[in-house]
Design a protein around this ligand. Structure first.
Ligand code: DGJ
Length: 737
């Protein structure tokens, strides 16, 4: 792994045998982008890649050079308005109203390892040999503002982590209105733009469109990364698929308002930017102050989307997620939400936990409704003490009773919220996010606490830490059930109101960090009305997240398939729930519900007491299966085989690192009558190993990958005397070398 600097040409070359990333100091001192892609040999000069030519109607930087215009240069961290008219990476409003800046190369440093980003989640390394970081310092001389662009290259991984930091060493206050984490100019526009969008209960559906001249973007303006769009996009060459072709993925390690954009200019070059959404963002940079952007990660793959995903999975699972639970198989949990909603007593909960324990569940999670006056959605949020009418012995006794059953105990919180009907709101009505003189909108009958204020975060920390210190709580589900409206902070002066939503997220990160530090063995699962904040930022604090409130197995195929493009399988909270399904009334086989959920952080979301003995037997089989294979299911290499967005069949598989065990999930939506024969071509196996399929037939890996696994045989779903096939049928094939 090397980061080269060629002084004679001002060229930086970051390369690790997997990828190359090339930049060059341009004639005006700005930083130009030359190449991002598969690794190439180093040389002193790549100047020929600049490709400058004189064009009509072009503004030029120097009168004597008609070829040099920033509009026609591929740049690294561009600004608007000084011969470049595209959307900028950085914009600073100055006291005289100007937004023109001129950041030119000042110095650089190359250091082993990777520095942390204070207050922000970011990838990290465990030894200096794992990564190398290039920091390029640029300076705007008129303003005396320094811009530090940071690039970390990870050994053996086709991934680069980027962020930017601005330091105002001048004498005047400035306003930062755009500070993207990554900006990358690509020489052409021959890509498809792929993003993962949706809404509550149908998060991260894959959307594909061809790049065209103009701007295509996804964003959040809701104060959280949102169900609607995810801070992750891909650029894919037409024809590229899971196994072949060029793909780039861009992911933002951030949980607030983001923008991910591809701007294609009229000469068909593409500018990719990702970072905090400039919409509504206005950060005052007073003299002596600095601003650090969140981190973005770019991954390059010449072997299709599958390889790109596996790079993200490895990096985010092992070098973004942290702590005790990072590498540990996740406990099989049962959450009482869909089993009881708000209707429970201590004894009812214990009876649900008892049944769960009998069948092999390891962790019982008490969801919403245990605190304050919370017997429905309208009261209690903010009062994080147990409701004595419902839990006379408090959380302490309930947790003890659950532990006595031989299980761990987990608890739900929604730390950022408050109901009007709560002691917290009555004591501190001024702690909510509200704009003076304006109506304050409600969402799920609750307000959002102003987490940009330290005293608010301190108070919530105090209440949560008390419970965690007193009771045996091993897991926390951290929920967040509404978007932020009327954003305004009573603690900020008028010229800093544009900082509020970013400061809010910093407050969320601060609370997570404090809880992680004080209670290092607690497993955190993030949640926001399902997948409303399923992003890499939270993976740093909570190694798993509740992927969606939609627990229907068929809908989950799309949600989990879409989520898998960027996020590791161990991070995808997935549960078996009751039928008819509570979100859409569909009835699917219990086996299929289990077969979908087991490719994730597996659990149940129902009262097992309500199942028949035959169903309980099936649950016991599922739990035994997950316990036997969860290391491979959650931490193995994941391959997508058939897309639920493309037809009536979905398939995916997980393979152990030694390639000796593989689990293939195969799912049929609607049944076929007199249908065609089916085979799935597997991936990731060792071609030379001979695998048994479900302990029976034997096939070499090459046959299974080239010819395929026959799924239209009797065992795999055709109607036979001992196995009927139906809508929503599924199988898991266990391959053992
Ligand atoms: C929304 C979550 O996504 C659900 O799982 C559940 O925890 C409810 N909130 C509780 O209010």
């Amino acid at each position: 792994m090397s980061i080269f600097y060629h002084q004679s040409t001002g060229t930086f070359h970051l390369t690790n045998g997997e990828i190359s990333y090339l930049m060059k100091v341009l004639p005006n001192g700005a930083l130009g982008q030359l190449y991002f892609g598969q690794a190439i040999r180093d040389r002193e000069s790549f100047d020929h890649l600049l490709e400058l030519r004189s064009r009509p109607m072009t503004a030029v930087v120097f009168p004597e050079d008609r070829c040099f215009s920033l509009e026609h240069c591929k740049q690294e961290y561009p600004a608007y308005g000084s011969t470049d008219f595209r959307h900028p990476a950085v914009e600073l409003r100055q006291p005289n109203g100007s937004r023109i800046t001129d950041f030119v190369y000042h110095s650089h440093s190359i250091t082993p390892g990777k520095p942390a980003l204070p207050g922000l989640p970011a990838t990290y390394c465990e030894s200096d040999a794992e990564a190398e970081t290039l920091t390029i310092c640029l300076r705007d001389a008129l303003l005396d503002v320094y811009l530090f662009l940071s690039y970390t290259l990870f050994a053996g991984q086709p991934a680069i982590a980027r962020s930017a930091r601005l330091e105002n060493r001048g004498g005047e206050a400035l306003h930062l209105t755009a500070a993207m984490s990554l900006s990358l100019d690509l020489p052409d526009s021959g890509y498809e733009f792929i993003h993962f969008s949706g809404a509550w209960s149908r998060e991260r559906h894959m959307k594909v469109r061809r790049l065209e001249q103009g701007i295509q973007s996804v964003e959040s303006t809701r104060g959280h990364s949102s169900h609607n769009h995810n801070p992750f996009i891909m650029l894919r060459r037409p024809g590229a698929d899971e196994e072949r072709g060029e793909v780039m993925g861009f992911s933002l390690i951030y949980s607030g308002n983001f923008l991910a954009q591809a701007e294609v200019d009229n000469w068909d070059t593409t500018r990719v930017t990702i970072g905090i959404n400039p919409f509504g963002f206005d950060w005052k940079l007073a003299p002596g102050e600095t601003f650090q952007t969140p981190e973005a990660v770019a991954v390059y793959s010449s072997a299709g989307m599958g390889a790109m995903s596996r790079t993200f999975h490895r990096l985010y699972r092992t070098r973004l997620a942290r702590g005790y639970w990072r590498d540990r198989p996740r406990p099989i949990l049962l959450n009482n939400w869909e089993a009881t909603y708000f209707d429970f007593t201590e004894d009812k909960l214990v009876s649900i936990a008892e049944a769960a324990r009998k069948d092999g569940v390891e962790l019982f999670v008490l969801d919403d409704g245990w605190f304050g006056a919370r017997t429905n959605e309208n009261a209690g949020l903010g009062d994080w003490t147990a409701n004595p009418d419902r839990l006379p012995g408090g959380i302490t006794r309930l947790a003890e009773r659950v532990e006595q059953l031989g299980m761990k105990f987990g608890l739900w919180f929604e730390p950022e919220m408050v109901n009007r009907d709560s002691d917290l709101y009555r004591a501190h009505p001024d702690w909510i996010i509200q704009t003076p003189g304006r109506r304050t909108s409600l969402g799920r009958n609750q307000y959002v606490l102003d987490f940009s204020r330290r005293e608010v975060v301190d108070h919530i920390y105090g209440m949560m830490a008390k419970i965690l210190s007193e009771a045996k709580v091993s897991y926390i589900k951290w929920d967040m059930n509404r978007s932020i409206t009327e954003a305004f902070s009573a603690s900020l002066p008028p010229d800093r109101q544009g900082e509020m939503l970013h400061r809010y997220i910093l407050g969320v990160y601060d609370l997570y960090e404090r809880l992680n530090t004080a209670f290092p063995h607690v497993l955190f699962e993030s949640c926001a009305s399902g997948g409303g904040r399923f992003d890499p930022g939270l993976l740093y604090y909570a190694p798993q997240g509740w992927a969606s409130d939609d627990s229907d197995a068929v809908e989950r195929l799309k949600i989990q398939y879409g989520t898998s493009f960027c996020y590791p399988i161990s991070s995808i909270g997935a549960h078996v729930s009751a039928v008819p399904n509570h979100q859409l009334g569909r009835v699917t086989p219990l086996a299929t519900r289990g077969n979908v959920a087991c490719f994730g952080a597996f659990g149940y979301e129902l009262d097992l007491n309500r199942l028949t003995e035959a169903e309980r037997e099936e649950v016991r089989r599922q739990i035994a299966f997950v316990k036997a294979y969860r290391q491979v299911l959650q931490f193995g290499d994941f391959y997508r085989l058939l897309s639920p967005f493309a037809g009536g069949f979905t398939a995916w598989m997980a393979v152990s690192p030694d390639k000796k065990t593989a689990l293939v999930g195969w799912y049929k939506t609607l049944n076929e009558v007199n249908g065609p024969y089916h085979r799935i071509r597997l991936q990731g196996l060792d071609p030379a190993l001979r695998y048994t399929v479900d302990g029976g037939a034997e096939h070499y890996g090459d046959e299974l990958m080239q010819v395929g696994l026959v799924t239209s045989d009797a065992a795999a779903g055709e109607m036979t005397a001992d196995r009927y096939t139906c809508d929503f049928d599924s199988r898991i094939f266990v391959l053992q070398a």
